[in-house]
Ligand binder design. Structure first.
Ligand SMILES: C[S@@+](CC[C@H](N)C(=O)[O-])C[C@H]1O[C@@H](n2cnc3c(N)ncnc32)[C@H](O)[C@@H]1O
Length: 674
């Protein structure tokens, strides 16, 4: 049996399994009520059509940068999506009165969504957005100063003095009566803790003017004077967490003896609250343990996958065709979507500089990239070849051994005498950390803080604080990792909070992963065939069933000699995964992974969630369509030959039919932070 939703975080617009909707929570009577302003109904009526996937998808009608708008003619999406995003659109506009928003902060809609219709359902083929130049902004800095390492407390030092041999009690008393130097020092107002120097990445100003200077501020090329000036600049503090609970307020108001004046009712209330708090803590611990169960399996699995080296992968691997194909797809999305508008504009001739024209690459603004689930660093080379040079690459993954291997790979690249890429760009700076990117906040990593991450994103974000916010990364990337986030709503939201928080406005979220349309179609087909089989048998046609042959508890499974997908339990007859979280299946692929648990990422639910985090879809394609569209591109075509996807000189495909079938399980997507 596939697991149901496991997240129970209290947030605006949580998935409500009882009613199969994303509903806003209203606290006034203690019960969750649906708020139509953003609620998303996935009712039975709407989903009846979804078992017939339509060749259409939805996209917002917000204008996009020309260079980044890529029209999809063929992305497959269940029709259900049209209905529920349509509903979302109408309910947002119906309820968008400013007065309502101000009265109830939980209903606040992001500046973007309140200024324009949030969603419109259109076929991607119909997309004709006017260009929009996403303005680079000067953003507020939210990096926080690191605390100084702790020193031993004055009390502890006094205790040591008391125990000092050779010091008699009288002189000790005398010493204690005199206000000691130490005491006087303690009584002086404390100075603010010393701030640590920000890294070169933390001060990257996003105003166009400062672009000219940005690279000179890089720690590796900055002049001492400039760096000193950088260090002198103060950071804006993170918005302080306010005491929001009644208990916290009560604590602040409390005066000596106040407790005695509390009546029995007051004490009962406090006791009840205390019990509630303890219960909530206990639930949190239980949830942590449960989540850690699956995460540990995944982490241990990837830690155990051997690193066999490039030569083996290119020659001896039984799935070398598939490896090459998947790598080419990743390179393709990196090449197409990592550059920013300014860089693309310069390539199309509206600016003078272009790498081919011989301008030094360091004059250009370089990219700051964070890779969620970087594995063993297999994509480092792809980033090194990115058209717009990368300044910083941060690789994160919960598998510590993989992180060590990624770091090793990067060090090998550094030790290579020829570090420059085909375009002459130097090797970027990279850092690697073990991190669960879907269960934890990325902002507790120092390098992420220094570049910039804004906690104030998502459905609960506060408009006032949002003005100051904004992450500092140009690109967040998730290559074959997001399916681990859909274990629960809480994890899916944590992932999006990290992604949106880390991205600056206009930044791109690039990913590849299993395509739920393929999974839904396979599951629906499985149930259809079984139904037909049962009907056939009950009509007396066909052979009598073997014991357990047409049992209800059978579940879908498919694949071929190199890959296999297997659901351990019941699946929806129509292939529509409701609720959208926790649908576990096992995935097996030759050499790459043994059977490990993954979770369906129901595309429409994911799309809906992204809108709550100001992420706008700009591209989505199944892998095989990417090949069809890009294989003859003047750069990507030859790249496919160099990468061993096809023979030299436009030769034949070196990927077997079984490998292509395995590749058809995946799609690529790109969102832009708006
Ligand atoms: C199939 S590998 C992909 C690795 C790499 N992105 C690539 O494309 O080669 C999946 C990776 O996701 C990582 N992963 C699993 N759970 C994760 C989590 N909670 N946060 C970040 N990464 C995770 C695994 O450790 C593993 O390295």
């Amino acid at each position: 049996m596939a697991e149901g939703p496991t997240g129970d975080a209290r947030r605006a617009s949580m998935y409500d399994p009882a009613r199969d909707i994303f509903a806003k929570e209203q606290e006034h009577d203690g019960s969750a009520e649906r708020d139509n302003s953003t609620g998303l109904d996935i009712t039975a009526a709407q989903t009846t059509e979804s078992s017939h996937p339509a060749r259409s998808t939805t996209t917002s009608n917000a204008p996009l940068p020309t260079a980044l708008v890529v029209e999809s003619k063929t992305a497959v999406a269940p029709k259900q999506n049209e209905a529920f995003l349509e509903e979302q659109h109408s309910s947002v506009t119906e309820n968008s009165s400013a007065s309502k928003r101000t009265q109830d902060p939980s209903l606040s809609i992001s500046p973007h969504s309140s200024n324009r219709p949030l969603q419109k359902t259109v076929s991607m083929a119909d997309q004709t957005h006017p260009p929009q130049s996403v303005q680079n902004e000067t953003r507020g800095h939210n990096g926080s100063a690191a605390a100084e390492p702790g020193q031993s407390s004055p009390a502890a030092k006094r205790k040591i003095a008391e125990d000092e041999p050779g010091v008699d009690a009288t002189s000790r008393n005398a010493r204690q009566q005199q206000p000691s130097k130490r005491r006087r020092r303690e009584e002086r107002p404390q100075r603010a803790p010393k701030r640590e120097a920000p890294s070169a990445y933390s001060r990257r100003d996003r105003s166009p003017k400062s672009h000219q200077h940005r690279d000179s501020r890089d720690s590796r090329s900055a002049s001492p004077g400039r760096r000193a000036a950088d260090l002198r600049r103060s950071r804006s503090p993170l918005p302080r967490e306010r005491s929001v609970t009644p208990e916290a307020e009560a604590r602040q108001r409390k005066r000596p003896g106040g407790g005695a004046r509390l009546g029995t009712t007051g004490k009962d209330v406090l006791r009840r609250r205390q019990e509630e708090r303890e219960l909530a803590q206990q639930r949190e611990v239980e949830r942590d343990l449960r989540d850690r169960g699956v995460s540990d399996v995944v982490r241990q699995h990837y830690n155990a996958v051997p690193e066999r080296g490039r030569e083996w992968r290119k020659t001896d691997s039984k799935i070398k065709g598939l490896r090459s194909f998947n790598n080419w797809i990743k390179s393709t999305v990196i090449q197409k979507f990592s550059p920013d508008e300014e860089f693309l504009a310069s390539k199309t001739g509206s600016k003078e500089w272009a790498p081919e024209a011989g301008g030094p690459p360091t004059e250009r603004k370089k990219l700051l990239v964070v890779d969620l689930g970087c594995g063993k660093g297999g994509d480092l080379g792809k980033w090194q070849q990115a058209p717009q040079p990368v300044d910083l690459y941060v690789g994160l993954d919960p598998a510590e051994i993989s992180i060590d291997q990624a770091r090793g790979r990067y060090n090998d690249m550094r030790n290579n005498r020829n570090q420059r890429n085909r375009r002459g760009n130097p090797l970027f700076h990279a850092e690697f950390y073990p991190k669960d990117c879907f269960g934890e906040w990325l902002g507790d990593l120092r390098i992420i803080q220094e570049v910039g991450i804004d906690a104030n994103v998502g459905p609960n974000s506060n408009l006032m604080n949002a003005r100051w916010g904004g992450g500092g990364f140009d690109v967040v990337v998730s290559m074959f990792t997001m399916h681990y986030a859909f274990e629960s709503e809480e994890k899916a939201r944590q992932m999006l909070h990290n992604v949106s928080g880390a991205l600056k406005k206009g930044g791109r979220f690039i990913g590849v992963g299993p395509n739920s349309d393929v999974i839904s179609a396979k599951v629906a087909e499985f149930h259809k065939n079984r139904k037909a089989q049962k009907e056939n048998i009950s009509k007396g046609n066909g052979d009598a069933p073997e014991d357990g042959e047409v049992e209800d508890d059978q579940s879908p499974e498919w694949g071929n000699g190199i890959y296999r997908v297997r659901f351990p339990g019941k699946t929806p007859d129509d292939g529509v995964f409701r609720p959208p979280f926790g649908w576990k299946y096992s995935y097996f692929m030759q050499e790459a992974v043994e059977e490990i648990p993954e979770y369906v990422v129901p595309w429409e639910a994911f799309r809906y969630l992204t809108t709550e985090y100001n992420l706008e879809l700009i591209y989505r394609r199944p892998f095989l369509e990417i090949w069809d569209e890009e294989k003859d591109d003047p750069e990507l075509g030859p790249l496919s030959e160099r990468m061993g996807v096809r023979g030299r000189g436009g030769g034949q495909l070196l990927v077997s039919d079984e490998e292509l079938e395995a590749a058809s399980f995946y799609h690529a997507f790109v969102f832009q932070k708006i």
